[in-house]
Ligand binder design. Structure first.
Ligand code: NAP
Ligand code: ZN
Length: 353
């Protein structure tokens, strides 16, 4: 049933059931509330997390599912209480559209670690109002202004979209673990997240190494800002790079032998994992005891930090490297992501939905 003032008949792409191909549909968005903005979505990135969830790789999910948490667009309507945005503003929305706003993490600007919320994710969640959250593979979205960020003038909306997840997911741990001048940083996996990791770590002044399965993308990696590039399929890589890195950030979407990668750290170095494989890994704890090493995790970043990241990328003059696709190419793009055949983020032109 259509509620009178809801935003109805919004074209979208949805997975109707787990593992089913995505298909074109229409959805409804809630009416624009006092503190909401209505955004005309122009571009939406495809994150590997969309695929994990649409295929129920992380466990039971909510269907139909409209994935997409790398959203860039233009504000087309604002609620009466909105103070931060006006019609015409260029804005973005990432992985969060809400959080409790009261717990210590929300108050500290770490909304991604909200202690009370299962309603905050942009999709595959039930919102505060009891209706499913639908993501960015659609032409419009209604979001509370506190979960919207501003896209700086210098950044085109298409290359800005992937920053909303891939950008912040790498920026946050690189900052927290002090990537910068004098630090040797390795980025493991050169996909959507990994290529942003290379750009950001390089812009922060670190000496950057890409650890990829093969040397297939070496030229690209060096152009993106890497100083060195190694194939992890070559056992010599592990001998040569033993004890080299202050920080390794793993963006790999499949289970890996972290024991081997931990040997590449210096004494007291850190391996921060952001990849979210569907199966557990096996860890020999002697891999961290010897050398006093840290194995840590990190999830996206807070709303304030996401704004900081966008300003940082715009200030350094870069967005993501993208391949633009139409709505009817989403399923094919999923297969290419799964085959590590992405250079380096698929972005949907939502006008084609
Ligand atoms: P992606 O574009 O598919 O990149 C993943 C890269 O991992 C691939 O390009 C490939 O790099 C490498 N890889 C894939 N399979 C591998 C295997 N079997 N062995 C070794 N390396 C392999 O995916 P993404 O969008 O960057 O996302 C990466 C992971 O991060 C996903 O699991 C996603 O769900 C997760 N994620 C986490 C967060 C967070 O907040 N922590 C946020 C977003 C996404 P090479 O070709 O260079 O080897
Ligand atoms: Zn993502």
């Amino acid at each position: 049933m259509t509620t009178p003032s809801a935003v109805s008949a919004v074209p979208a792409y949805a997975a109707p059931a787990p593992k089913a191909p995505l298909e074109r549909t229409v959805i409804e968005r809630r009416q624009v509330g006092e503190f909401d903005v209505l955004i005309d979505i122009k571009f939406a990135g495809i994150c590997h997390s969309d695929i994990h969830q649409a295929r129920e790789g992380w466990g039971e999910a909510i269907f139909p599912m409209v994935p997409g948490h790398e959203i860039a667009g233009v504000v087309s309507e604002v609620g009466s209480g909105v103070t931060k945005y006006q019609v015409g503003d260029r804005v973005g929305v990432g992985c969060l559209v809400d959080s409790c706003r009261e717990c210590e993490n929300c108050k500290a600007g770490q909304e991604q670690y909200c202690l009370n919320g299962s309603f905050g994710p942009t999709y595959n969640a039930i919102g505060r109002d009891g209706t499913p959250n639908y993501g960015g593979y659609s032409q419009k979205i209604v979001v509370d202004e506190n979960y919207v960020v501003r896209i700086p003038d210098g950044l085109s909306l298409d290359v800005a979209a992937p920053l909303l997840c891939a950008g912040i997911t790498l920026y946050s741990p690189l900052k927290r673990w002090n990537a910068g001048p004098g630090k040797k940083v390795a980025i493991l996996g050169l996909g959507g997240l990994g290529h942003m990791g290379v750009k950001i770590a390089h812009a922060l002044g670190a000496e950057v190494t890409v650890l990829s399965q093969s040397l297939r993308k070496k030229d690209d990696g060096l152009k993106l800002g890497a100083d060195h590039y190694y194939a992890t399929s070559d056992p010599k890589t592990f001998e040569e790079l033993r004890g080299t890195f202050d920080l390794i950030v793993s963006t790999v979407s499949a289970p890996l032998d972290f024991n081997a990668y931990l040997t590449l750290l210096k004494t007291e170095g850190a391996l921060v994992n952001v990849g979210a494989p569907e199966e557990p890994i096996s860890l020999n704890l002697f891999s961290v005891i010897g050398g006093g090493k840290t194995l840590a995790g990190s999830m996206i970043g807070g709303i304030g930090e996401t704004q900081e990241m966008l300003d940082f990328c715009a200030g350094h003059g870069f967005g993501a490297e993208i391949e633009m696709i139409r709505g009817d190419q989403i399923n094919e793009a999923y297969e290419r992501v799964l085959a590590s055949d992405v250079r380096y983020r698929f972005v949907i032109d939502t006008a084609t939905i």
